[in-house]
Design a protein around this ligand. Structure first.
Ligand SMILES: [Mg+2]
Length: 295
């Protein structure tokens, strides 16, 4: 492959600040150690800045609490369909969503219906498929984008479906290529193959680098950043926002919410988030403390 081709392939991954190096968990170190290494401490551990958080939300009439799902509210599972939400988390989310001072939304790459079924809290707001789905709103992609997406998915399935541990998931307005169960070698080969196949369609499609997954979606879906920007426009001017997310697909939201309370779980170097939390258990601890704070 020549250098120009390689560069074109790489440019498919959305803006560099929204991505992170695609690394495989099959590194020989235990996962926790690998995760700790990602915490570069360039931004602050959230609990050390509690006073700042309280000051930001203390005076506000309403605060937007925007939460990613996988890797943020719940631990990543090898198989995404195995993810279960603990009862304690469901009850906590229900109380927070019912609090008059909070507007709580889940912002995820999953479909809204999937989120709704797994979490089971009716009063939550859901933004799915990186902003392509908003619960209660009719959102569509163009015919041209849908056609291009279908073509790409067919081509990807023909090459990647047979690779051991790889799984292609149709999400309607996008598709995902999961590599959580693949070896590092297979994941590397699959990534090269995926980028090759999508490269000729780059004017219509792009690839997001998530946690153990690549998401292929039309460029007309603006991503989590555009989605949270739209959402905040519907809330009173000056509403403070808290956004928590754990991977490259959340970086556009961190950028869109510059100056707000942005939190990366298992923080990576070069993240645009202002704070970090270590893992989903830390996130639940934060939410419980927030509930006490606004009681
Ligand atoms: Mg996530």
């Amino acid at each position: 492959m020549n250098r120009t081709h390689a560069a074109a392939r790489q440019s498919l991954l959305i803006a560099p600040e929204e991505t992170r190096a695609i690394e495989h968990p099959d590194a020989r170190r235990p996962p926790d150690k690998a995760k700790d290494d990602l915490i570069a401490h360039s931004s602050g551990y959230l609990f050390r800045s509690w006073g700042e958080i309280v000051a930001r939300i203390g005076e506000a009439e309403i605060c937007a609490l925007l939460l990613d799902f996988d890797g943020t509210l719940v631990k990543l599972q090898k198989r995404p369909w195995d993810v279960r939400v603990p009862q304690r988390t469901k009850r906590l989310l229900e109380r927070l969503a019912g609090h008059p001072k909070l507007f709580v939304a889940i912002v995820s790459g999953r479909r809204c219906q999937d989120l709704q079924t797994r979490i089971g809290v009716e009063i939550l707001h859901f933004i799915g498929l990186h902003g392509a789905e908003v619960k209660g709103k009719d959102t569509r992609i163009s015919f041209a984008a849908a056609k291009c997406l279908a073509r790409a998915e067919r081509a990807v399935r023909a090459r990647i479906d047979a690779m051991r541990g790889m799984r292609v998931e149709n999400k309607g307005k996008s598709f995902a290529v999961h590599y959580r169960e693949a070896s590092a070698t297979t994941a590397r080969a699959a990534k090269a193959c995926l980028l090759d196949l999508v490269a000729p369609l780059k004017h219509t499609l792009r690839v997001l680098d998530g946690a153990m997954v690549w998401e292929v979606l039309p460029n007309e879906i603006r991503g989590k950043g555009g989605a949270v920007r739209d959402l905040l426009r519907e809330l009173p001017h000056g509403t403070p926002a808290i956004y928590i997310g754990d991977d490259g697909t959340d970086e556009s939201a961190f950028r869109a919410l510059n100056g707000q309370i942005t939190i990366r779980v298992g923080k990576a170097p070069n993240s645009h988030a202002k704070y970090y939390l270590r893992n989903p258990s830390d996130v639940i601890r934060f939410l419980a403390r927030l509930e006490k704070e606004i009681a």
